[in-house]
Design a protein around this ligand. Structure first.
Ligand SMILES: C[S@@+](CC[C@H](N)C(=O)[O-])C[C@H]1O[C@@H](n2cnc3c(N)ncnc32)[C@H](O)[C@@H]1O
Length: 294
């Protein structure tokens, strides 16, 4: 039995206690009962920290937080959006390695293959490749999420598969507001969603081409904060909101109904309508081309 139950979403220092797993037992020597306490220092964390400490983007104290969270909540399947060099992926994978099971699917743009080190190299250095599947999107992880959604949707019913979603990608309303809506469909009841850089604004990256292309009013808005406050917090399926100035957490309620579960007949009807409409559309287009008007 642990002496305390730390909140995995807070660092050990913030809680004023040591967040290390304990094993407690006793042995009997003659008349004496001897209490044994084994403190399990997280060797994996220290090993990974040594390898990734100087690589962007996740700082060690945040690495410790996400590692502790995974270690104590034991999410079996993790989705990460935005891996860059793979530092955060390594911290999560280290915790999975400590518990001996689980997996991370992590997504970024194909350009991240050119990072030095790239995610494959970093995972290999840490000996954690078997826990992480990197997905390199040609344009955006939102498109890749569509494929995952398709894979887990049948007859209009989506089976949620992830226990934890970490969103640390584009930090814009468009990419991550949409990402949240997609991830929500794939997040199991009782699972957690975590947003990084809640207060980051595009103006921080002033001079970058994509920022210069934004209308002025979009540059100084903390867009992840807006995603959190306008999409996550008002969502009736979410509770347990936390914001520590950088990270925003929310839990999908354990009794949250999956959105599409009771709508399969409606969805099936719409699929049928759209496939017959598509047939008509294709025939018309074919005929127009045949008579030279298309
Ligand atoms: C802050 S970095 C991720 C850092 C990483 N989670 C860590 O802590 O080590 C954000 C990453 O998101 C990626 N990104 C941004 N928008 C994206 C999109 N729409 N699709 C795919 N990747 C995207 C960028 O390429 C970048 O590598």
């Amino acid at each position: 039995m642990p002496f305390f139950m730390p909140d995995p979403r807070r660092s050990s220092n913030e809680q004023g206690c040591l967040s290390v797993p304990l094993r407690i037992g006793y042995i009997v020597r003659g008349e004496k009962h001897i209490l044994i306490i084994v403190v399990e220092f997280s060797l994996k964390f220290e090993e990974v920290l040594r390898i990734v400490a100087d690589i962007p983007h996740m700082p060690p104290e945040r690495g410790r937080l996400i590692y502790d969270f995974v270690l104590s909540q034991r999410p079996a399947r993790i989705l990460e959006l935005g891996f860059a060099h793979g530092v955060s992926s390594c911290y999560m994978a280290a915790a999975l390695d400590e518990t001996g099971s689980g997996s991370v699917i992590t997504m970024d743009n194909v350009i991240s293959r050119q990072r030095d080190p790239d995610i494959h190299t970093l995972l290999e250095r840490c000996g954690l490749s078997s826990y992480v599947t990197p997905v390199f999107a040609a344009r955006s992880y939102t498109w890749e999420l569509m494929k995952v959604l398709e894979e887990h949707t049948s007859d209009g019913v989506t089976t949620p598969v992830f226990d934890f979603v970490f969103i640390d990608g584009g930090h814009t309303w468009d990419s991550d507001g949409f990402s949240f809506l997609l991830a929500d469909r794939l997040l199991k009841p009782g699972g957690w969603v975590l947003f990084d850089d809640m207060l980051w604004t595009p103006s921080v990256s002033e001079g970058e081409e994509w920022v210069e292309a934004l209308p002025a009013e979009e540059r100084d808005v903390a867009q992840i904060e807006n995603v959190f406050n306008l999409l996550v917090v008002p969502h009736r399926d979410y509770d347990s909101f936390e914001f520590d100035g950088v990270w925003g957490w929310a839990r999908k309620k354990p009794d949250a109904a999956t959105l599409s579960a009771d709508r399969s007949d409606v969805v099936r009807m719409m699929y049928e309508k759209s496939s017959s409409a598509r047939r008509v559309f294709l025939i018309r287009r074919y005929l127009k081309r045949l008579i030279g008007k298309g």
